[in-house]
Ligand binder design. Structure first.
Ligand SMILES: Nc1ncnc2c1ncn2[C@@H]1O[C@H](COP(=O)(O)OP(=O)(O)OP(=O)(O)O)[C@@H](O)[C@H]1O
Length: 309
């Protein structure tokens, strides 16, 4: 039986998950419990665990949304520990895209499933090095977006509507009004991708999603065929289009994933050390968390991480 070291975001999903929290607390193998107290706290807690834990049965159990899982993964990897500590997860956020991609279901299903896991499994995560927009290394579990989806994340995370929709169990719907608002303000921008020996120029990018799994934005299947087990990352780029065409593309995405056949949508499988350059100032998001605005010049790679799922 693993020893669970818990990082719980009490504010995830609007803080409406007290029943699940009580059930998790009853598990006999919880050896440490930390509630996050501020944005970024999970990074510090995870880094501390990675630097100090000497328990070879340790598993870090994250309870929260994609943002808390993202922070924990980054904290664990920033500590450069020789042997990685596996990550378990119970989704209590608003969007819960990782839970969808990993097929672990709702919080109660994930808790039920967690009790039957006996070993970790290796999943792929993304790693970016460079100016994003500041010089740094970051890891993502779901996606990194530049342009429209990042503007949507920024509007959603700052909206009161998310709070109200969370309260009535419709948190994942909170992205829809933001999509409509962001569309009217988002300008097209130029980007360059160096992928192996291919030099690809996109003159009027609008939405850029570097993705590790099918979902982003609270259940939007941007790349239906993607798989967390696949040792590869993809990039989906939508060029600027009319609002009418955007609605048609969105309808195709919702219906059967045929948005990828639109000539305004590009899908590229990324090779190791792919380089992304965006010289216009744009917003960006990583796993649903705002990264701010800036220009971009970074390298993308995939790597493995053990998950207790
Ligand atoms: N005590 C806290 N007070 C305020 N913010 C917090 C606290 N603890 C964590 N956070 C921040 O809350 C943000 C959102 O967390 P999280 O992603 O877990 O939930 P969510 O946004 O509801 O879910 P999802 O990302 O799946 O939509 C993160 O940036 C995290 O750092």
């Amino acid at each position: 039986m693993p020893n669970f070291y818990v990082i719980n975001n009490p504010c995830a999903g609007g803080g409406e998950q007290s029943n699940i929290i009580n059930d998790v607390k009853k598990m006999p193998n919880i050896v440490a419990w930390h509630d996050t107290k501020y944005r970024g706290h999970a990074v510090q807690l995870a880094k501390h665990f990675a630097k100090t834990l000497q328990d070879n049965k340790a598993v870090i159990l994250v309870i929260g949304g994609d943002g808390s899982l993202h922070e924990t993964l980054n904290g664990l990897l920033q500590a450069s520990r020789a042997v990685a500590i596996p990550l378990a997860y119970i989704p209590t956020g608003s969007g819960n895209d990782f839970a969808r991609g990993a097929h672990i279901g709702s919080a109660s299903e994930a808790l039920h499933h967690l009790k039957s896991v006996h070993q970790s499994q290796i999943l792929t995560i993304g790693r970016i090095d460079g100016d994003i927009p500041r010089q740094t290394t970051k890891y993502f579990i779901n996606s990194l977006g530049i342009g429209l989806d990042a503007a949507v994340v920024s509007l959603t995370n700052n909206s009161k509507l998310k709070h109200y929709l969370n309260a009535i169990g419709l948190g994942s719907m909170s992205y829809l009004p933001a999509i409509l608002s962001a569309f009217t303000h988002q300008e097209a921008f130029q980007m360059t991708i160096i992928n192996g020996d291919q030099y690809i120029q996109i003159p009027s990018a609008f939405l850029v999603a570097l993705t590790n799994q099918p979902y982003f934005g609270g259940g939007i299947a941007i790349l239906p065929g993607a798989d967390l087990h696949e040792t590869q990352l993809d990039i989906v780029i939508a060029a600027k289009m009319s609002f009418f065409k955007f609605l048609r593309m969105f309808a195709a995405l919702k219906k059967d994933g045929s948005h990828l056949k639109f000539h305004t949508v590009h899908h590229i499988k990324l090779l190791p050390n792919a380089q992304i350059h965006v010289r216009n100032i744009q917003p960006s998001q990583i796993d649903g968390e705002n990264l701010g605005i800036g220009t971009y010049e970074f390298t993308v790679n995939h790597q493995e991480y053990p998950f207790w799922l």
